[in-house]
Design a protein around this ligand. Structure first.
Ligand code: HEC
Length: 254
């Protein structure tokens, strides 16, 4: 009970912070248009193929600048996520060099294993800032950290424009608060080659990587929803039973 209360207070606090954040973030940038996602609504689920394609976009494009510190390679194979096979997860992990210490105490690089965290492109924040002017933020929780979530990420990735003539910033983005963003347009048509034959348009890649980032920020979404549905069914059956018990108990009283 106390825990529920605490969670409610935290949720209310977060909603309030979200509202104030919206007032700040909106600034002169328009709100991101609402997109249709398979995970919308109380029964929504992730689309495995979209998650797998989104991971491909992340690892081939975004990972050059952005880390995802809360993900481990094994998460890519877990239920409710992209659900890569065990062999695929091993191969994905092994394609990354992980800093470690060997049995003699020497610092080494070894191929990644499913238990490893996603390798970050930079040693630390300062190195990241030095390389790009502004440190590319970690993307693990990005879909929850910005108002609009996946809609915002999609809008941002497809929102690069020439900008007004007097614009002298780094890159003009319609949806970025203030419009001046340190990240150059990252996605162009046919930048990746999808294994499943989907045409890799800029929009498709933006959609897929936003889908993937939503899963990364809320990996238990499907489990939570299916538990919710089972609880509702249970309560419904229980309510029905209670009704008949009540009729039976009171049958002679009338
Ligand atoms: C060449 C480096 C680079 C690449 C590649 C790159 N980004 Fe970025 N990204 C940045 C930098 C730098 C920032 C910080 C921008 C700022 O605050 O002005 C950023 C910021 C962001 C933000 C946060 C925007 C905000 O509201 O604060 C998101 C979301 C994002 N990137 C997503 C992506 C995705 C998704 C990809 C892959 C499709 C990607 N980025 C590829 C460098 C990069």
């Amino acid at each position: 009970m106390i825990k529920t209360c605490r969670n409610l207070i935290i949720a209310a606090g977060m909603a309030f912070a979200g509202m104030t954040g919206m007032a700040v973030a909106a600034g002169d940038a328009p709100a991101a248009p609402k997109q249709e996602w398979s995970f919308d609504g109380p029964f929504g689920t992730f689309d495995r193929a979209a998650l797998q394609r989104g991971f491909q976009v992340y690892s081939e494009v975004c990972a050059a600048c952005h880390g995802m510190q809360y993900l481990h390679y094994r998460n890519l194979g877990e239920a409710g996520g992209p659900e890569f096979t065990e062999a695929q997860v091993k191969a994905i992990a092994a394609a990354n060099d992980v800093a470690d210490i060997d049995d003699e105490g020497e610092a080494i690089d070894r191929p990644g294993l499913p238990k490893d965290k996603f390798v970050s492109p930079f040693a630390n924040q300062r190195a990241a800032a030095a390389a790009h002017g502004v440190a590319p933020p970690d993307l693990s929780l990005m879909a929850k950290a910005r108002v609009g979530g996946p809609d915002y990420i999609f809008a941002l990735l497809t929102g690069y424009e020439d900008g007004p003539e007097d614009f002298d910033g780094a890159n003009y983005n319609k949806y970025f608060p203030g419009h001046n963003i340190a990240m150059a347009q990252p996605l162009f048509d046919d930048q990746v080659e999808y294994q499943d034959g989907t045409a890799a348009t800029q929009e498709q890649m933006a959609r897929d990587v936003s889908h993937f980032l939503m899963w990364a920020a809320e990996p238990k979404l499907e489990a939570r929803r299916s538990l919710g549905i089972r609880v509702m069914l249970y309560l419904l059956v229980l309510a029905g039973l209670m009704y008949f018990v009540k009729r039976k108990v009171w049958a002679d009283a009338h």
